[in-house]
Design a protein around this ligand. Structure first.
Ligand SMILES: O=c1ccn([C@H]2C[C@H](O)[C@@H](CO)O2)c(=O)[nH]1
Ligand SMILES: [Zn+2]
Length: 132
């Protein structure tokens, strides 16, 4: 896995934490924030967006990826995901598949409300991923 320096990790945690304020979570009240480091150094964020039709909910990770790809950027160097609890959450199965689409070596920084984190490659989180 490519080494991520601690400054970069802290920047991503801060951005993921900040974007949680925008989460639309009237059903679960569970805020999630994602922040991605792009190849050019930009940080692109996303929050979860819930829907009355629960299956229409978009996770923070896919929200960030949709924002990046829609603006023509798809070189994801790392993705950080955080939440407001003391659990270091990992991306759901759908998000793992979507992250994998943009690179099997992408580091996923999984953090909690204390700033504790674990880092896994997406390949480790989604072994034997589906590919076309
Ligand atoms: O990695 C995750 C896991 C869950 N959620 C969201 C979806 C839903 O709004 C809420 C509860 O599942 O958390 C994310 O955004 N990312
Ligand atoms: Zn998800």
């Amino acid at each position: 896995m490519q080494k991520l320096d601690d400054d970069t990790i802290q920047t991503l945690i801060a951005a993921a934490t900040d974007v949680m304020k925008n989460a639309h979570v009237p059903y679960s009240n569970f805020r999630v924030g994602a922040a991605m480091l792009m190849d050019n150094g930009d940080v692109i964020t996303g929050c979860n967006i819930e829907n009355a039709s629960f299956g229409g909910t978009i996770c923070a990770e896919r929200s960030a990826i949709a924002a990046a790809v829609s603006s023509g950027r798809r070189d994801i160097r790392a993705i950080c995901v955080t939440n407001t609890t003391d659990t270091r959450i990992t991306p759901c199965g759908i998000c793992r598949q979507v992250i994998y689409e943009f690179g099997q070596e992408i580091p996923v920084i999984c953090t909690n409300n204390q700033g504790d984190y674990d880092i896994f490659t997406i390949d480790a989180l989604l072994p034997n991923a589906f590919v076309l």
